[in-house]
Design a protein around this ligand. Structure first.
Ligand SMILES: [Zn+2]
Length: 709
């Protein structure tokens, strides 16, 4: 069969694109395409080679793992080869692997987004540290080792045992996500391309020769070049000391009997090497999948980035029977999660004005699929952040989306600029009301729109906040309704809200049925009904609804407990307020300043005359039977919403916390509870079901303990 010319051409294109990408990735530690783009190219090439096996050459990228030795370091031939792993991308592919290997105990561990290294110890003393390189030959980075605080120089055999004479330890050096973000800011601040992932940052950090930098600093001819060289040296040393290490394998181990992968990990730990707490040996394919699902969901809770899960047949005897292919062991597989970093184009940066007037830039990007959803916008905290990230409008950028958080820009791909990119200029006027923007205090990074009373964006934000679940929970008062009320001049500001009538709503198209005689629609009825209900909600919700700076629901609760009356609150000085438990001077000042503004106290007056609750009856807050106790509620409860459960705790003087610690007094667990329940068990904290929770809030902690038996 002859091969179509266009297939040959495409094959050559793919080979050169992959080789370029590998060169940038492995030699320069600075890729300009994302992992997902690389995987796509690689898969396409594999597909062509599968269809036309005659196109497979010995030097095809599919036949090697990449990562030849850089010239900077001397070569090091690993005593035993470091394999790379085959990847699977879904459970179907994983099932094919399970079918091939059969039933075993499987060891599951997280695949850290880091750089693989081999540490060679002789009689427990560190002799060489090398990168994996091609797998057979890596780079000897031993000259950096004194700056790598993560690698122990000496191992200690527990009593009665002996260190192997020659021992190879395999592991991953990595940056935590917090360190990665910090390193990237240091990089983009100097106008360079951001690291696309923690692995490249780790590789770029480890593969610089500190000894050469020390020489450069010593031999510098001028004061300026000495300063510069010294700065670079210090930066390199500092970054190197921030690398972490987790070990996950043993190569040569002279004179030592090891029965299983998990046995090897026990030994590594006993010798003083950093192993992962998250390694787990399971007995079935289903349990492997559960492990994969669990960490897929909790990926963003882990302090370092992971790109998948590694599954190994645990028994070393069974590993030997399964053996190796030319590229990888048959007894292990890497399950890859969808990448969280993609490359896309920064189209524009707009600004948004929040309810407190804070102006935040928001990046609009070419829509791109990342971790299962399409992203069109990314966050940038303030104007300085845009400069710190070094991005220009029109740049290709790396963008990361982790978990449910808003995607963030890592930095630009500087190499791909064509000169048409323009810098972002923070506007000086509010885009919604035209007021001149300014920082509130001289050293504030944020700029604000000072027109708090009538800036449409701020008003809209305040109405939405007031209607939100955590505040007055007014169904029917969302973004669209807020916009309609203001744009159609139904209300001037939030002061008019609670005296709204059907007559008022009839003036806005949003609240009437189309085509009829301006009959009010369902949404208007709902809004009026909900406003009526909201009037009698507890005082702390009313206080939260005022949008006083620094007063979220928990603070409002503390205020309402100490001062259950709006008039007393209004007449208190900043210093008096600062005395309340849980309230400091900042909040005291903020409340007093707020009431000092006439249009603010007008709002409160209007609400009072519309019948909004202005004081709590002390009886209602009940006896403080949970005073001093911390309670965590997790999972869903039938009789309580999340806020309702929290309120039941705080109104009785207890603290409703979101995470379990050894100081937690009770953990209430409903269906669907996740890691918090496990944590409670691990820490031995008392666990109540919903019925037990009812006992706790009605009869107190003693009764709850008796309920537990
Ligand atoms: Zn404005």
């Amino acid at each position: 069969m002859s091969i179509p010319a266009k297939i040959r051409v495409r094959r050559d294109e793919l080979v050169s694109a992959i080789e370029d990408a590998r060169d940038l990735y492995y030699q320069k530690d600075n890729p300009t395409i994302s992992d997902i783009e690389y995987d796509t190219l690689f898969k396409e090439l594999q597909g062509i080679e599968a269809d036309y096996p005659e196109l497979v050459t010995a030097d095809s990228p599919t036949q090697s793992v990449g990562g030849e030795v850089a010239e900077n370091f001397s070569e090091f031939t690993h005593p035993s080869r470091m394999w790379s792993l085959d990847n699977v991308f879904d459970f179907d592919e994983l099932d094919t692997w399970f079918a091939r290997v059969g039933n075993h105990n499987f060891l599951c561990e997280l695949k850290i987004d880091g750089l693989a290294i081999n540490a060679v110890y002789r009689n427990g003393q560190l002799e060489t540290v090398a990168t994996r390189g091609s797998g057979s030959v890596g780079e000897n980075v031993m000259s950096n080792v004194e700056y790598m605080t993560c690698i122990p120089q000496k191992l200690k055999a527990p009593k009665g045992t002996k260190m192997p004479e020659l021992l190879e330890v395999r592991g991953e050096v990595y940056f935590s996500l917090a360190e990665f973000d910090q390193i990237n800011l240091e990089v983009t601040a100097t106008g360079r391309t951001a690291f696309a992932n923690p692995r490249n940052a780790a590789a770029g950090t480890l593969r610089q020769r500190i000894d050469k930098r020390i020489e450069a600093a010593a031999e510098a001819k001028s004061e300026t070049s000495r300063t510069k060289a010294t700065e670079e040296l210090e930066r390199a040393k500092s970054a190197m000391s921030r690398l972490g290490l987790i070990v996950h394998g043993i190569g040569v181990h002279d004179g030592l009997e090891i029965t299983a992968q998990s046995h090897a990990y026990e030994l590594l730990k006993a010798w003083g090497l950093p192993t992962s707490e998250r390694v787990k040996v399971v007995k079935s394919a289903q349990e492997v999948k559960d492990y994969i699902d669990y960490f897929g969901e909790h990926r963003s809770d882990i302090e370092h980035d992971i790109d998948g899960v590694v599954i190994k047949v645990d028994s070393l005897g069974e590993q030997r029977e399964l053996g190796f292919t030319a590229r990888a062991p048959r007894w292990a597989i890497a399950y890859k999660y969808p990448p969280t970093v993609v490359r896309t184009r920064l189209i524009d940066i707009g600004v948004q004005v929040g309810r407190t007037g804070r102006v935040t830039p928001r990046a609009q990007v070419e829509p791109v699929l990342v971790a299962g959803s399409t992203v069109s916008f990314a966050t940038l905290h303030n104007g300085f952040e845009v400069a710190r990230k070094g991005v220009l409008l029109g740049d290709m950028i790396f963008l990361r989306k982790a978990g449910d958080v808003i995607p963030e820009i890592l930095g630009p791909v500087v190499e791909l600029r064509d000169g048409s990119e323009r810098p972002f200029v923070m506007p000086t006027k509010c885009p919604e009301c035209g007021s001149t923007l300014a920082p509130e205090k001289e050293d504030d990074k944020d700029v604000r729109c000072p027109n708090t009373r009538s800036c449409p964006a701020q008003l809209r934000g305040r109405l939405e906040h007031l209607g939100s679940r955590a505040v007055l929970d007014i169904e029917g008062l969302g973004e669209k309704a807020a916009r309609a009320l203001l744009e159609d001049n139904v209300i001037e500001d939030e002061g008019d809200l609670f005296s709204l009538t059907a007559q008022d709503l009839r003036t806005s198209d949003f609240f009437v049925i189309k085509g009829e005689e301006r009959k009010i629609a369902k949404n208007a009825e709902l809004l009026l009904e909900q406003l009526q209900l909201a009037k009698s909600k507890p005082l702390w919700r009313i206080i939260s609804a005022l949008s006083i700076r620094h007063i979220g629901p928990p603070t409002a609760q503390a205020i309402a407990r100490a001062l259950p009356d709006m008039t007393s609150l209004r007449n208190s000085s900043a210093d008096e307020l600062a005395q309340i438990e849980g309230i400091g001077q900042t909040i005291g000042n903020s409340v007093a300043e707020w009431f000092g503004e006439k249009w603010h106290s007008d709002i409160v007056d209007k609400w009072a005359s519309a019948g909004v609750r202005m004081h709590d009856d002390v009886v209602e807050s009940g006896p403080q039977i949970l005073a001093g106790l911390t309670v965590v509620v997790t999972g869903t409860l039938e009789g309580f919403s999340r806020e309702g459960a929290a309120e039941a705790i705080t109104s009785r003087g207890g603290k409703s916390a979101s995470s379990v610690s050894k100081n937690t007094d009770f953990v209430v667990v409903g269906p669907g509870a996740g890691s918090k329940a496990a944590k409670a068990e691990e820490l031995g904290r008392p666990i109540l079901d919903e019925a037990g929770f009812v006992v706790l809030i009605n009869d107190g902690p003693e009764a709850a303990r008796q309920y537990l038996g």
